[in-house]
Design a protein around this ligand. Structure first.
Ligand SMILES: *[C@@H]1O[C@H](CO)[C@@H](O)[C@H](O)[C@H]1NC(C)=O
Ligand SMILES: *[C@@H]1O[C@H](CO)[C@@H](O)[C@H](O)[C@H]1NC(C)=O
Ligand SMILES: *[C@@H]1O[C@H](CO)[C@@H](O)[C@H](O)[C@H]1NC(C)=O
Ligand SMILES: *[C@@H]1O[C@H](CO)[C@@H](O)[C@H](O)[C@H]1NC(C)=O
Ligand SMILES: *[C@@H]1O[C@H](CO)[C@@H](O)[C@H](O)[C@H]1NC(C)=O
Ligand SMILES: *[C@@H]1O[C@H](CO)[C@@H](O)[C@H](O)[C@H]1NC(C)=O
Ligand SMILES: *[C@@H]1O[C@H](CO)[C@@H](O)[C@H](O)[C@H]1NC(C)=O
Ligand SMILES: *[C@@H]1O[C@H](CO)[C@@H](O)[C@H](O)[C@H]1NC(C)=O
Ligand SMILES: CC(=O)N[C@H]1CO[C@H](CO)[C@@H](O)[C@@H]1O
Length: 460
């Protein structure tokens, strides 16, 4: 009886409500919850995120110095995966690099003026890359030789730093005559990072392992680099699709989120999964530039995150998250997801992913970082039958806020590997049956829960 009453009353209200009111509600919802534009470097979920490059001069030499350069990835959830970072700068004077340990420059440049010892690099703007794992021990220093991979601070702080040693010649030999390099650039491997100017800071102090002696660098400078998704790529890299147990509609990613299928103006912009040319396309032009080669979809994104509201229990509810890779040219290693949803303060159980709560604003505990379990699902394979990972989340309901109305059960914002995923427009979210989104206020909440339970019974 109660069900019949609620459905007929909702639909009768629905009939006499103007079409504009739900729109207004959705607009408000959209303004409050939708992601901020990601055009500036500032990331509200990781306000202090940066990569800091520190140069510690350890020793003066007859014509320069030996320095240890360390990059720290202080970003909570953005890592640098293979093929890794490249670091560049412009020398302020006529410096050369006599030798390097734990990294190398990509080009030697013109060293024709030198007789006898030939420098490692004579370029005014050297480009440095990490050495690969397996480098002989006599060419290594601590934290080097990881193929340029830098883990994120939350995921693996022990691997969030990368170091190399550089011996610079024709440089100053005192802290008065040394000039800091200019124009630092960091590629990961594409664009995205902007580096500030090098600042001379207090010399780093090193404490010996037994803690009984402290030494210090002769001179130290720091450079801070920050990331902007807008610089990194002109189109989004990922999108979100939604579904629920209470409505058959699957809300797909918005069409053309990351590009449009157009085989007239852009032949080869995507490839069908069953195409006989798949293998040759994967190895075709662009293979080494890491330009995505995506499977043809309506959204054309390399990554889709699907959020399915799966089950409703009396005190709990359950969500299934699936991440699908549509990029034939990329295995995502150490992938991560950042999800914002108000119920994360009561996450009760999580299956087969790692979890850490991020609280960029201290008190509000609504943001979670999720990532794969090492050697189990931390590798998101390239597009194809293995190109997905999934997990289920169990949340405890806080009955004063919990509802299936107005898209409350869907995430407010999702990042994949630190890039904002495009959400469907809120007015497309799956609705409760026979409910227009503005109808059920807090007074009708118990009815909603009742309804949801009823549906659960039908669906299980
Ligand atoms: C870089 O990140 C570190 C660690 O979060 C922070 O202490 C530092 O202030 C940041 N630097 C800048 C310039 O934001
Ligand atoms: C250079 O060294 C002198 C003496 O060792 C010290 O007083 C001065 O602060 C140093 N300057 C810089 C820029 O580090
Ligand atoms: C640094 O880069 C800017 C822009 O790329 C360029 O105009 C400037 O000349 C560079 N400075 C040096 C010292 O190379
Ligand atoms: C320079 O960078 C190091 C390492 O990230 C950090 O510990 C230090 O506080 C930084 N110094 C300044 C003044 O930012
Ligand atoms: C792309 O071309 C194929 C055959 O050339 C055609 O069947 C298909 O409909 C085209 N797709 C689009 C999106 O235009
Ligand atoms: C992804 O990894 C698999 C298995 O390690 C490998 O066979 C494949 O070539 C890799 N694909 C890419 C695009 O790197
Ligand atoms: C946030 O909520 C989760 C899940 O209940 C809890 O494990 C975590 O400790 C909370 N974090 C903070 C900072 O309150
Ligand atoms: C499911 O949600 C869609 C909105 O995405 C709505 O148009 C449709 O009416 C809903 N279906 C039912 C049975 O309520
Ligand atoms: C129902 C429930 O357990 N609610 C809790 C959710 O988390 C917040 C903050 O951690 C608690 O204050 C609630 O009691």
């Amino acid at each position: 009886m109660k069900m019949a009453w609620s459905s007929s009353s909702s639909s009768s209200i629905a009939r006499c409500t103007s079409k504009l009111a739900p729109l207004a509600v959705f607009l408000a919802f959209f303004l409050v919850f939708s992601s901020l534009p990601s055009t500036e470097a500032y990331d509200s979920l990781d306000p202090n995120g940066n990569i800091t490059i520190k140069w510690d001069i350890m020793q003066w030499t007859p014509d320069g110095y030996v320095a240890v350069v360390t990059m720290f990835n202080f970003q909570q959830y953005r890592h640098i995966q293979a093929p890794g970072w490249t670091l560049g700068w412009t020398w302020a004077k006529k410096e050369v690099i006599w030798s390097m340990v734990g990294a190398q420059t990509t080009e030697q440049g013109d060293c024709s003026k030198f007789k006898g010892n030939i420098p490692h690099c004579c370029k005014k703007d050297p480009t440095v890359v990490d050495l690969l794992p397996g480098t002989p021990y006599n060419m290594q220093i601590a934290n080097c030789c990881k193929g340029g991979v830098l883990s994120s601070w939350v995921q693996d702080p022990a691997n969030a730093a990368s170091s190399f040693q550089i011996s610079a010649g024709r440089a100053g030999t005192t802290n008065k005559t040394v000039r800091v390099p200019k124009n630092f650039t960091l590629n990961a491997p594409g664009p995205g990072y902007t580096c500030g100017v090098a600042k001379i800071v207090k010399p780093t102090k090193f404490v010996s392992q037994d803690g009984r002696r402290t030494t210090q660098a002769l001179m130290t400078w720091n450079v801070t680099c920050t990331y902007s998704q807008f610089l990194s790529q002109k189109t989004p890299a990922c999108c979100v699709s939604l579904s629920s147990f209470y409505n058959d509609t699957i809300v797909n990613c918005p069409t053309c989120t990351c590009g449009c299928q157009n085989n007239i103006t852009q032949p080869g912009s995507c490839v069908e999964g069953d195409s006989p040319y798949l293998a040759s396309a994967i190895n075709g032009p662009g293979k080494y530039s890491y330009t995505p080669l995506v499977q043809c979809t309506s959204h054309m994104c390399p990554i889709r995150v699907h959020w399915h509201v799966k089950l409703n229990y009396k005190e709990y509810w359950r969500v299934k998250i699936t991440i699908t890779n549509f990029n034939y040219r990329m295995n995502y290693t150490e992938w991560n997801l950042v999800v914002q949803h108000p119920n994360f303060d009561n996450l009760t159980q999580l299956f087969s992913f790692n979890y850490k709560s991020l609280t960029p604003y201290g008190a509000i505990n609504d943001t979670a970082m999720l990532w794969g379990v090492k050697y189990y699902n931390d590798l998101l394979m390239a597009a194809g039958p293995l190109g997905n990972v999934q997990s289920e989340l169990l949340f405890q309901k806080d009955l004063s806020t919990f509802t299936f109305e107005k898209g409350w059960a869907f995430p407010r914002r999702i990042y994949f590997n630190g890039d904002n995923c495009v959400m469907p427009p809120p007015d497309a979210y799956p609705w409760l049956p026979n409910a227009s989104p503005r109808l059920l206020g807090p007074l009708l909440l118990p009815v909603v829960v009742f309804w949801a339970m009823a549906f659960l019974l039908v669906y299980v």
